[in-house]
Design a protein around this ligand. Structure first.
Ligand SMILES: [Fe+2]
Ligand SMILES: [Fe+2]
Length: 174
């Protein structure tokens, strides 16, 4: 019984993480569609490649633990791409503001999960801690690239972060 409950908990966690990485990779794909010629493109590409690595790892983990991905995976793809492209169209600073908002939520989300799994699954907890560090590094890169100077930064950040938290709740279930 305990095992079943544990697996259900783990399924929820990894399903959300997988969905999040699907979106994250697409956010940077969307940004690169618009900003490929800019000097910031190298940094965006670096973040995009790390999201791909995270996504590959969660793909592997879903297989290993026999967990289905979110039914809404196509929606997370499209939502990420749209968010990345639309904020990039508003300018580089807005794209970076989007990155700050998203990465802060994901980084803290992984930190919480890592703490939760610290005693029951040390290996996974370590992976999540590594990813948390990388997500927060992405936030720092976006701060260094003046994301906080974007027009309407506070409002945009609030809206994007509520969207991310809402998506987390949905992806846990569906
Ligand atoms: Fe990631
Ligand atoms: Fe990230």
């Amino acid at each position: 019984m305990k095992k079943k409950k544990e697996h259900k908990e783990l399924s929820k966690m990894l399903r959300v993480d997988h969905a999040g990485e699907v979106s994250a990779r697409k956010i940077y794909d969307g940004q690169l569609l618009i900003l490929s010629g800019r000097k910031e493109a190298e940094e965006i590409k670096h973040m995009r490649d790390q999201e791909q690595h995270h996504l590959d790892k969660f793909d592997e983990l879903l297989n290993e633990y026999n967990i289905r991905p979110s039914f809404l995976t196509p929606v997370w793809n499209l939502a990420g791409l749209t968010l990345g492209a639309v904020t990039a169209l508003m300018g580089t600073k807005s794209a970076m503001a989007c990155t700050i908002a998203v990465e802060e939520v994901i980084g803290e989300h992984y930190q919480k999960q890592a703490i939760k799994l610290k005693s029951s699954n040390k290996v996974l907890s370590k992976v999540l801690n590594e990813f948390a560090d990388e997500e927060l590094e992405h936030r720092n890169i976006a701060q260094e690239n003046n994301g906080e100077e974007a027009f309407g930064y506070r409002i945009m950040k609030g809206i994007i972060q509520s969207g991310c938290r809402g998506a987390i709740k949905i992806a846990e279930k569906i």
